[in-house]
Design a binder for this molecule. Sequence first.
Ligand SMILES: Cc1cc2nc3c(=O)[nH]c(=O)nc-3n(C[C@H](O)[C@H](O)[C@H](O)COP(=O)(O)OP(=O)(O)OC[C@H]3O[C@@H](n4cnc5c(N)ncnc54)[C@H](O)[C@@H]3O)c2cc1C
Length: 417
Amino acid sequence: MTSAAAGAVVVGGGQAGFSVASTLRASGYEAPITVIAAEPHPPYQRPPLSKKAHTDPQDLRVELVPESFYRDRDIDLRLGDEAISLELADRTVLTGTGARVSYDHLVLATGARNRPLPVPGAELSGVHALRSLDEALAIGRALTKARDVVVVGGGFIGLELARAALAHGVRVTVVELADRLLGRAVSAELEPWLRQRHERAGVRILTGTAVRALEGTGRVERVVTDREVLPADLVVYGIGAVPRDELARRAGLAVRDGVLVDEQLRSVTDPRVSAVGDCARYPHPQADGPVRLESVQNAVDQGALVARRIAGSADTAGPYRSLPWFWSDQGDVKLQIAGLRSSGDEVRVAPGDAAERLVAYSFRDDLLVAVETLNWPAEHLAARRMLERRTPISAADLAGTTLGALARAGRTAEVRG
Ligand SMILES: Cc1cc2nc3c(=O)[nH]c(=O)nc-3n(C[C@H](O)[C@H](O)[C@H](O)COP(=O)(O)OP(=O)(O)OC[C@H]3O[C@@H](n4cnc5c(N)ncnc54)[C@H](O)[C@@H]3O)c2cc1C
């Protein structure tokens, strides 16, 4: 509970902003809560946008809670307004509609934006990025008329969308600059399995291929790559995201590809300001430097921790230590990651039954630090449990077995002991 008058202001009405506002009230915070949200929609989930792009827009139910939730909890949700500057000394946010909103605590939850496609023709009609609900609905409409879809970027969003688009009976080609799919996010050892599944389903995949230009008269008609020219009446690109940290930078807060925060997610420049979710870069004990993660888990857990700290909960004196985890549904492929891997880790792959499922264990200094699974949810859950408890597991512990088998045999206690 607090006696502060100005209360908490959250900039950004996405997954992390929602987590802050809802957890504040759930934690007994009684001062005003204002959420300044640039989009016209109440907070919604983004994961379905790339996985259900082919479905009827009426089916795309993504709202996190009904609008009555905000009214009932006296959360002032200001949709369609944007924070345009921060006056840190006066603890005030200025918005696009001319409002000046004072705060005792400010939480930046501004998310990330898509990296623009840096080629001629990217502005043609029929060329889409995918981040917002409105963009997903536009892609859904375009898919009903499309025949040749080119997805630029073989990352999570590109592959999810490629598989979702197939269900619409279109031809789909994924063009990826790197020599493999999911280069930044997934161990190389898993890629051939994943690629084969997508190709078997009917996605054409061109890796090591650069898009040079998009061409057409008004509308996109073809994609010119350094290998071939692809017919296209719909192009969707997903080539990474950049944090929306410009508001913080202009205000003089420390920023380095994300708002720099301490272990409790407070700005390293101003402890009255916190940053959470895709826009925040925070210290992680397993990483060489501060990390910025783009996942629902990260947005939800960071938002909740900051809210509980602001509300004065006793359990938030320590650092933010939630285990990172992530999922991606790409057609018949469920990819799940627990923990934080890095390029220097030693990776061991274990096949499941008839290679219908696969797991990659990453070890650092002979300790298990991350687990990537393909179509193996039970192994992912076992990994989350063990990594959360910081159970020390070595490569020898996992020789010829799996985490699930270790847990079933009760051997994790031995390992831990
Ligand atoms: C298509 C897609 C699929 C995804 N699939 C998965 C998945 O399967 N699994 C997973 O774990 N993660 C997935 N993610 C990632 C996940 O959705 C994000 O990590 C998460 O939404 C981050 O939450 P956030 O609140 O930090 O940012 P966002 O959800 O992006 O919300 C930020 C909000 O802040 C608003 N904003 C920005 N600047 C201002 C301003 N100055 N004033 C007011 N408002 C502002 C933005 O308009 C936006 O609405 C996916 C993302 C996308 C785009």
